[in-house]
Design a protein around this ligand. Structure first.
Ligand SMILES: *Cc1c(COP(=O)(O)O)cnc(C)c1O
Length: 421
């Protein structure tokens, strides 16, 4: 096999022993970035080794079951999914009668919420072909644009404020008669700040819009950071006007992928989500989500981890993590020339270097084995920390200080400023 993966792999005529292919997996992995030691600034999350082990065991226990068949064949999976949704609704102060679904990830949760909103708008307007628009700050995740592209909707992005939070004054003029949804993030991915959801909710109520809160990255962390006494703005169903929330278990819920939740204030909104079809030979086909076959392992692992940690366990992880994040931010501030963007609420931090080329600093860090995380507008280094990164804190800060020192001493133009997610 071509190790560089440049040529197409042939379908093998003969098989190979299992231990040989497993050995090759290990070899292949050796070429990956060293995420286990905090060298990757996104994609992977860690609460603790014990939580990772529990997730793996629970996932394995449901390795073969299919959550698509939960209602008919695997009542245990249906039960766990109900429990997970119950726990999520409780955490996000949902009123009685609220509903929710487990999905494969933030993107699926967002596409489903947008579709439910679109279908709701079509019903309310009595216009089955209505194609509306969504108004949001430009910091929202591209999953909304993906949803819009799938459904021929339009996204109108307004600049965020100087604090990088949504600016209701900039959003309001973009709303027109065809606007169906307003979006805020808790927090947004680029800067880690929570949008002023209460102010967005006021605007949504005034203009009779569906407000979706994208808490994909922060939903399962913010309540515990708040419970630990940090100043975290409200973002959930406690705010009247929040119609739906997306929150990923496979990020700061520290659950294995795939696991996310999408939640609705009431059954009348939620009923627009499931897909129900009958016109084919095999009978009625009803699925709540986009995918059909779904790994039950993701459901079982999320159930196990939420039950195991409880509020107390999550608060402990949040305490450890935010202590690490605070040291990290202090370390960044202590390096002359670096400046943290905005006042990030949770574990995402973006920092700029107004007097030098921050992408060149990132290149120097990359040469020392740190995979870049970047923001393009304004130019910044971006990191989304979990316990992997806390363990690597002093190594990272030492390399960062050295990279900044070298860049100040002999400024370079980076070969490329390839800013990507
Ligand atoms: C990660 C993320 C998403 C998308 O989630 P996936 O699980 O990657 O599909 C959506 N919104 C925000 C704010 C995110 O950080």
């Amino acid at each position: 096999m071509d190790k560089n993966n440049k040529t197409r792999t042939h379908f093998p005529d003969k098989g190979r022993p299992a231990n040989e292919v497993l050995g090759e997996l290990t070899e292949l992995k050796a070429g990956d970035a060293d995420w286990q030691h905090g060298r990757v600034p996104l994609f992977v999350f860690k609460g603790s080794d014990a939580v990772t082990d529990l997730g793996q065991q629970a996932f394995s226990a449901y390795f073969s079951e299919n959550a698509l068949g939960a209602a008919r064949a695997f009542p245990s999976v249906a039960r766990m999914e109900r429990d997970v949704i119950g726990m999520a609704l409780d955490l996000f102060h949902a009123p009685q009668g609220a509903r929710g679904f487990m999905t494969s990830g933030g993107s699926e949760s967002i596409v489903l919420a947008v579709r439910a909103c679109r279908n709701h708008a079509r019903t309310v307007r009595d216009d089955p072909n209505h194609r509306g628009n969504i108004v949001a700050p430009d910091t929202i995740h591209p999953a909304f644009d993906k949803a819009a592209s799938l459904m021929d909707l339009t996204i109108r992005r307004a600049p965020a404020g100087t604090d990088f939070r949504a600016d209701p004054g900039a959003l309001a003029p973009l709303i027109d008669d065809d606007t169906i949804m307003l979006v805020g993030s808790a927090p947004c991915f680029p800067f880690g700040v929570i949008d002023p959801i209460a102010a967005l909710a006021e605007l949504a109520r005034e203009r009779r819009l569906w407000l979706h809160v994208d808490a994909c990255v922060g939903g399962y962390l913010a309540p515990f950071v708040k419970a630990n006494g940090h100043d975290i703005p409200d973002f959930d169903f406690a705010i009247e006007g929040v119609n739906s929330i997306s929150a990923d278990l496979h990020k700061y819920g520290f659950c294995p992928k795939p696991a996310s939740t999408v939640l609705y204030r009431n059954a009348a909104l939620a009923e627009h989500q499931p897909f129900d079809f009958d016109a084919w030979p095999s009978g009625r086909f009803v699925t709540p989500t986009i995918v059909g076959t779904r790994p039950a392992g993701g459901v079982a692992a999320a159930w196990a981890i939420l039950q195991h940690l409880g509020r107390e366990g999550y608060q402990q992880i949040a305490r450890d993590l935010m202590a690490g994040v605070a040291s990290y931010r202090q370390g960044v501030r202590d390096i002359d020339g670096l400046q943290i963007l905005g006042d990030p609420h949770l574990a995402i931090t973006a920092f700029a270097a107004p007097s030098m080329n921050i992408f060149a600093v990132s290149d120097r860090l990359q040469a020392r084995g740190w995979l870049p995380g970047l923001v393009r507008r304004p130019p910044a280094i971006h990191r989304m920390m979990s316990m992997f990164h806390v363990a690597a804190l002093s190594d990272y800060l030492a390399d960062l200080a050295e990279a900044v020192r070298q860049e100040k001493a002999s400024p370079t133009a980076p070969a490329s400023a390839d800013v990507r997610y």
